[in-house]
Write a protein that binds this ligand. Structure first.
Ligand code: A2P
Length: 276
């Protein structure tokens, strides 16, 4: 079976397709509608959006117009990073459901432990309150799994200690070079599934010579190698593209990276988003 059609199983039994289609930085309207339409046409069944991307409406339209049964598509959205109160989070969830215009959501997660414009701010109490709203919509059957994004072990521990459902998912920036060992270890220990956003390091990783050399060895592209690396690590990559040929290319990842090559790739250090 093609990797694209395979699933991971979350701690509550919900099945999530192994590869998701990321929509960060895809413009609302025609660009998002076309990209998601192409992704669905080429076999993706997992679409990742967020309130902050402002493209939920176009994502929902493309999903509905595809005529693919709703139950076959896994849809994620995220609570805006500045909403850190119970009522505000409930209202924001309703807005997401209106924008997407879908009957239910598969995964709803807190986008970040702090507002994007106040990174690092202590929002522990606010995260508890927002997460309790996620628990409510989960218990009401409106969403099949809940979780967080960009949470480090301390942020996760705060949720575990003060709420009743261990997050099903933590979506983090994860790609060759970045050090996420502590967060990954914590998530594995608590059975929190890790999703990998920016698996290509928003494109910068593709220029890396070691990656290019190993990709050649497997007769794949650097992008395919980067996506496969996330899969070898047991995470769900969410590659983004607005280019049809790349949307297709990123689905052809049915190969295995040998341990010796994984070791070489793991030697690459640093955040490629800061390489120039
Ligand atoms: P574009 O959307 O113009 O096709 P990430 O998923 O890590 O955030 O990376 C997304 C970036 O990588 C986008 O700029 C996207 O460009 C580019 N990209 C996606 N897939 C490929 C590919 N197969 N080859 C080259 N660049 C790609």
């Amino acid at each position: 079976m093609k990797t694209l059609n395979q699933h991971y199983t979350l701690s509550n039994g919900t099945k999530m397709p192994k590869i998701g289609f990321g929509t960060w930085q895809i413009k609302p309207g025609e660009q998002t509608y076309n990209a998601v339409t192409q992704a669905l046409k080429h076999g993706y069944r997992h679409i990742d959006t967020a309130q902050g991307y402002q493209n939920e409406r176009s994502v929902g339209e493309a999903i509905r117009d595809s005529k693919i049964p709703r139950s076959e598509i896994f849809v994620t959205s995220k609570l805006e990073s500045h909403i850190k109160d119970y009522q505000g989070a409930l209202e924001a969830f309703e807005k997401t459901m209106i924008e997407l215009n879908l009957e239910y959501l598969d995964l709803f997660i807190i986008h970040a432990p702090w507002p994007w414009n106040e990174m690092g701010k202590d929002c522990k109490e606010g995260n508890i309150q927002a997460y309790k709203a996620l628990e409510k919509v989960y218990k009401d059957g409106r969403v099949r799994a809940i979780g967080v994004s960009n949470f480090n072990p301390e942020d996760l521990q705060n949720i575990i200690d003060n709420t009743s459902i261990v997050p099903h998912v933590n979506q983090i920036g994860y790609f060759i070079g970045i050090d996420q060992k502590a967060t990954i270890a914590f998530c594995q220990k608590h059975n929190i599934f890790v999703e990998a956003y920016s698996p290509l390091g928003i494109g910068y990783l593709l220029k890396n010579e070691t990656i290019q050399t190993i990709a050649k060895k497997y007769d794949v592209t650097p992008a395919q190698l980067c996506i496969r690396w996330c899969l070898e690590k047991g995470t769900a990559p969410l590659p983004k593209s607005v280019t049809e040929s790349r949307i297709i290319e990123n689905t052809h990842v049915d190969f295995t990276i040998k341990e010796e090559d994984m070791k070489v790739l793991d030697e690459i250090k640093g955040d490629p988003r800061r390489w120039s």
